[in-house]
Write a protein that binds this ligand. Structure first.
Ligand SMILES: Cc1ncc(COP(=O)(O)O)c(C=O)c1O
Ligand SMILES: N[C@@H](CCCC[NH3+])C(=O)O
Length: 447
């Protein structure tokens, strides 16, 4: 298994993250538990900041908060000098509660409600990334009503087919996101924006997630800069910002080979320069929106092993106390992860097992055919790289409670999300009077 960030094996043979012994973390906080390595998260933010903003100045990095967001995460992102991509009223609310500077917020979403747009305007978010004509109409009406002029980007579907799982590919023509470029809809949208009570700042695209091929990004830059030139020629409007979205892939398991962030930055920036010069355009400010690559490798999940089912000659299932409720990615995208026995991290790998969760669902698998030492009930298993789209996609199927999360750094662990309790599960349940009464009658009849 590949070690990430500050992970190491200590003298007791236990896995440590952020200088904290995972066995101690399990005793103190229980399992399942999300563990976030603050040093690793900040290091990746800095890598991005240095590779784009520090080196090129006319470039900005926005953290895609859908990957993992809490108020504490907002603080880290703010301190590291990044902006924030939010995609819902809930993400915006979290940023607001954390006091995140609103001028650094980009508001995305393919079906923003009028309430969400009002919230964005009330709080003067930096940019609204308009996805469709319906949204443009609502925004126009709201802006006129309030005598404000929101600064907008248009989300463009460039027709770029990135190599990744179908469900996380977004640049192709057949996509629910954005104004389609190849059929002329995108240019129509720019023309429409000219007539609206908004200020056009630029264009955005996002070709998908967990992408390794740099050619896909180069292709996106080519298509988008050509579009910037078309916009200038057809409408006279200048594109000040070119937002290329996120999607930078990370290592989850054998075979995943991400490039260095700096390599990606240099490649993108050089191509933008080359193409804008070719079209004699002013160089726009370039933005990128990494989510997974910032949160993913910084997070891991600690589980306790329970039941084991061996079907001789077929498979050995090792069950843990979480599952598709805290990490739905294997079930949804056949995502592959590595695992390590955290309390026996120095032991020989002796068996091939499949890791299953505790949900009533055969698809509730966390990993197929992974190597572990001999295990027994009570052992701890850590799954690295669950920081992105783990907690943020967690759910309460089977009324399982969502795990808590700790931030670890230099031997200190601090809670950043409390584990849910059973009371939390029924917190929003409402008992209609009539059903409550019926039960009282029944109970009375029992005497
Ligand atoms: C518009 C947009 N920006 C950024 C991201 C972040 O992508 P990733 O987490 O792959 O970096 C996404 C999600 O795929 C997205 O839809
Ligand atoms: N949730 C997805 C990525 C989608 C990103 C949002 N556009 C994943 O876990 O890989």
């Amino acid at each position: 298994m590949k070690f990430h960030g500050t992970m190491k094996i200590n003298d007791l043979g236990h896995l440590e993250v952020g200088g904290c012994d995972t066995v101690d973390l399990a005793k103190r906080y229980g399992t399942p538990l999300y563990i976030f390595d603050e040093t690793k998260m900040r290091a990746t933010c800095r890598e991005y900041y240095n590779a784009f903003t520090e080196k090129y100045h006319n470039a900005q990095v926005l953290y895609a908060s859908k990957a993992f967001l809490t108020t504490a995460v907002c603080r880290i992102i703010e301190e590291e000098g990044l902006g924030l991509d939010v995609v819902s009223g809930g993400e915006l609310y979290t940023a607001l509660k954390a006091g995140f500077p609103m001028d650094r917020v980009y508001f995305h979403g393919n079906n923003k409600t009028p309430e969400e747009l009002r919230m964005a305007l009330d709080n003067e978010v930096g940019r609204i990334v308009v996805d469709n004509f319906y949204e443009l109409e609502i925004l126009d009406a709201l802006a006129r009503e309030r005598h404000c002029v929101p600064e907008v980007l248009l989300r463009i579907t460039p027709g770029v087919e990135a190599h990744t799982h179908d469900y996380i590919r977004t640049g192709q023509i057949d996509s629910k996101f954005g104004f389609t470029l190849p059929n002329g809809q995108a240019l129509e949208a720019v023309k429409a924006v000219k007539e609206k009570h908004v200020s056009f700042r630029g264009v955005h695209c996002h070709i998908g997630s967990q992408i390794f091929e740099m050619e896909s990004y180069v292709h996106a830059v080519d298509v988008m800069v050509q579009f910037v030139a078309d916009i200038k020629r057809e409408t006279g409007l200048a594109v000040e910002e070119l937002n290329l979205g996120g999607g930078f892939g990370i290592y989850y398991s054998d075979g995943d080979q991400p490039a260095a962030v700096e390599e990606y930055a240099d490649m993108v920036m050089a191509r933008v320069k080359e193409k804008t010069e070719e079209f004699e355009l002013l160089s726009p400010r370039v933005l990128v929106e990494p989510g997974r690559s910032i949160a993913g490798p910084a997070g891991s999940t600690l589980y306790t092993i329970g039941s084991v089912k061996e079907i001789p000659g077929v498979r050995k299932y090792v069950a843990v106390d979480g599952g598709m409720t805290d990490n739905i990615r294997p079930a949804l995208y056949q995502a592959k992860y590595e695992v390590i026995l955290a309390n026996k991290a120095d032991r020989e790998l002796e068996q091939t097992v499949s890791i299953t969760g505790k949900c009533c669902e055969s698809g509730d698998m966390l990993a197929w055919d992974v190597e572990l030492p001999q295990t027994e009930a009570g052992d701890l298993m850590l799954m690295p790289c669950t920081g992105a789209y783990g907690y943020s996609m967690a759910n309460n199927y089977n009324r399982l409670t969502k795990p808590g999360a700790v931030l670890v750094k230099d031997g200190q662990a601090e809670l950043i999300i409390k584990a849910e309790t059973y009371q939390d599960l029924i917190r929003n349940d409402v008992m209609p009077e009539r059903l409550a009464k019926k039960k009282e009658v029944c109970l009375q009849s029992i005497g």
